[in-house]
Ligand binder design. Structure first.
Ligand SMILES: Nc1ncnc2c1ncn2[C@@H]1O[C@H](COP(=O)(O)OP(=O)(O)OP(=O)(O)O)[C@@H](O)[C@H]1O
Ligand SMILES: [Mg+2]
Length: 256
């Protein structure tokens, strides 16, 4: 299967499991929403797949096995991610931050961006053109000359998103990308996700906002305390008692 396949993924911190045997598929050209209450393991799943935290399980990208607990391996298979708290380098401008998408391996990002200043003028022009186009695509043009340290939160998000686009994702993991965006920016984000899936990108969207999930996701996966409690079409998922209970308490106990 092309896209992302996750089987039996488990992560524990000390003796406490943050994920217990989670499975999900994000086929190419499809947006899968990942939701669930705070602390249910959504960000941990992204951290596990990208090798940021130790994990056990079977993860494949375009049918190729992805070694776990090895940061950097995921990027080599075309997997890109954004962070729940956007990561933008404070010393670099929006344009330079976006250019760093060419150097997708974590840790080498800043060095790469700085080194690129010394590369051939033509290659550098191409990189800057791609980065500027990516900023335009996410509606973040105005951030191009702004240093990371001076960017408001929403702008940091757009710049981070531009950086991952520059890295030409095959599989894109977005951890609450709409947090801090206004309505216009959120609408642009939805359009962007649709454009990406139309060109065959597999998108995993972590999100709490039901409207947004309904609008862009083909499938939803709901986690609670590290296990999958439901998978299905977005419009149906909220009808299930277990999902509703996970969010707002057991409705039958509440007399609902
Ligand atoms: N690095 C870590 N060390 C120890 N515990 C962690 C670590 N990262 C996450 N956890 C714990 O794992 C569980 C899942 O956390 P995670 O951040 O994945 O939840 P989440 O679903 O993303 O929540 P939210 O909606 O608040 O972002 C929580 O109990 C959290 O405290
Ligand atoms: Mg999270």
């Amino acid at each position: 299967m092309s896209g992302l396949q996750v089987r039996d993924l488990s992560v524990h911190f000390g003796g406490v499991y943050a994920l217990k045997g989670v499975a999900l598929n994000v086929p190419s050209g499809v947006c899968v929403g990942l939701t669930g209450p705070n602390g249910s393991g959504k960000s941990t799943l992204v951290n596990a797949v990208t090798g940021v935290v130790d994990a056990r399980g079977d993860v494949r990208v375009d049918d190729r096995p992805l070694p776990l607990s090895r940061p950097g391996r995921a990027a080599r298979l075309g997997l890109r991610r954004t962070y729940q708290t956007p990561r933008v380098h404070d010393e670099l401008t929006g344009l330079e931050n976006a250019c760093a998408g060419h150097h997708v391996m974590t840790g080498r990002m800043v060095t790469g961006a700085l080194l690129s200043r010394f590369r051939s003028a033509r290659a550098e022009r191409d990189r800057r053109r791609d980065a500027m186009a990516a900023l335009g695509r996410v509606g973040g043009d105005s951030a191009a000359p702004v240093r990371g340290s001076a960017m408001p939160y929403g702008q940091r998000r757009l710049v981070e998103l531009a950086r991952v686009l520059v890295g030409e994702p095959r599989v894109l993991l977005l951890d609450e990308p709409s947090a801090g965006l206004n309505d216009v920016e959120t609408e642009a984000l939805c359009r962007l996700i649709r454009e990406l899936t139309d060109t065959g990108v597999a998108v995993l969207l972590i999100e709490h906002r039901i409207g947004l999930l309904n609008e862009v996701c083909d499938q939803l996966v709901v986690l609670e305390e590290g296990v999958t409690i439901h998978q299905g079409a977005p419009r149906d998922v909220w009808r299930h008692d277990r999902v509703r209970a996970a969010y707002i308490g057991d409705l039958s106990d509440a007399g609902a």
